[in-house]
Write a protein that binds this ligand. Sequence first.
Ligand code: PLP
Ligand code: ZN
Length: 484
Amino acid sequence: MKTVAFQQCINPDCRSTFDIGQTLTSCRHCGEFLDIEYDWSKAAPPARLRDLQQRWTNRRFPLDYSGVWRFRDLLPFSADAMVCTIGEGQTFLQNAACLGRKLGMWPGQLWLQYEGMNPSGSFKDNGMTAAFTHARIVGARRVACASTGNTSASLALYAAQNGFQGIVFIGSGKIAFGKLSQALDYGARTLQIEGDFDTCLARVRQVSGQLGLYLMNSVNPFRLEGQKSIMYRILESLNWEPPDWIVVPGGNLGNCSAFGKAFAELHQLGLVRRIPRLAVINAQGANTLFRMVNDGLTWNGGRVNNALIQSHYARLDAENIHPHTVASAIEIGRPVNLKKALRALDIMKGVVAQVSDNDILEAKALIGRFGFGCEPASAATIAGLRQLLASQVISRNERVACVLTGHGLKDPDATVQYHTGIRTKDAQMPAAEPTWGSFANQPVRVADDMHAIVQALGMSMDDLEGSPRSGYVETAADLPFVEY
Ligand SMILES: *Cc1c(COP(=O)(O)O)cnc(C)c1O
Ligand SMILES: [Zn+2]
C-alpha cells in the first residue's frame, strides 16, 4: 500500500515532514512535537461518517470490530495486515439522565463515555493499538513507557498479545494497585525508579533514545491518532450530531490534544458542521494547564510563549513543588502535550477548570451511586462539570459528554476508604479529615441472626411472610443534593 501519511512538525516556522517509517518523538530540526498528517487528496476519506458505522456489523473481521479501526479511513497510516488490534474501543456513550438531573441539568442532556470498558480498563488502549501498529511497521521489538499506571497496564497487555517485550518505568510515587497488578501479570519488565512521573518520563525518553526502545508515551504521535476514535464513537452514539461540550480530565494532555485534532480534521473534511466545545479538568494539585491558561498562555497560531512555560517550571523547581492528587492518573506537573492541548483549546473554544481532591472523590461517589464506575481521575470530569454549571460557563440545557477515562476497579483502595474511612495500606487518599465522604455507604456489622438482619434492612418481621409490604424504597434518585 502506498501510504498517504507522514509526520509533520507542529511548529509553524518549521513544518518539517518525515516519513512514517521513522521512529521519532520530536522534530529532528527544531525539537517540537510531531503530528501524523495525511494527504487527503490521495487518501479516501469517507463521504459521510455514517458509512463507517456499518462496519461494526462485520464483527468477525478484527479491524471492523475494533472501535478504533472501523474508523481507519480517518487514521490511514497502516496497511490492514500490520494492525495490532485486540478488540479495543467497545465502549459506549451512556445517557446518565438521573445523574444529570442531580447536577441540575435539563433532562437527558448528560452523557458518559465509558472508556473503562476497554481491554485493559482505560482509554489508553485506543492509543496503544495505533502505536503498536506503528511499532510493528518499523520492526520494533522492545517497547517502553513511563506511567502513572494505566499506560503501563495497556502497554503490557498489547506487548504480551502481539509479541513485543514490554518495559515499564513507574515512579516511586503513587500507583493504584489494580494497574500495577496488570503490568506484572502481563509480564512487562517493571522498573521502579526514584522520582515522580515527570522525572520518570524524562528518564525513559533518554533511555529509549539511547537503547533503541520504542517509546509508547503520548509524546508518540501515533498514540493520539488512535485516541481520536473516542470522539468518533461519541458522534456515532449521538447519530453524528455533535454534543455541545466534551469534558475530559487533563494529565499529560494527550487525550484532549487528540480530541482537538479529531475535530479539526472532521471539520476540514466537511464531515461535521459544528465543533463541540472542550472542557479540560485539572486536579488542583497538578494544575499546570489551568495556571498557564490563566496566565494568558495560548496557542497563538503555534507561536506559543515558551518563556512563560519555562518560568512556570522554574518556579515549580525553585519552590520544590511536586504534583499531588488522589487522582493518580493525572498527577503530572509537566504535561508533555501542553502545546497540543493549547491548540485543542483553540480549535474547540475550550476552557480549563481545576477541582480539589475532595470534589473529585465526591463526584466519583455520585457517579458510582448512579451505577457508573470510574477511577478518581475520571471523576474530575463530573466535578468540573458541576463547577462549570455553577459558574454558568456550561448551561443547564446544553448537551454534555464526559469521558470516563478509567475503570472503577483500577483503584479500589480509594473507593473503600471513601465509604468506610478505613485507610488501607495502599490507599492514596489525602490524610485530611473527614476520612469518609457525603455519600459514604458503610458496611453494617450485623449478627448472624434473622431478627438482626431484618432490622438492619429497615424491614419488619411481617415482611418475612409472603411478599414484602409495598413501601418506600430508596433509590439513587432520592439522594439529597449535597453541597460539597
Ligand atoms: C492517562 C489518564 C488520564 C490522563 O490523560 P492524558 O491524555 O494524559 O491527559 C486520565 N484518566 C485516566 C484514567 C488515565 O489513565
Ligand atoms: Zn520542527
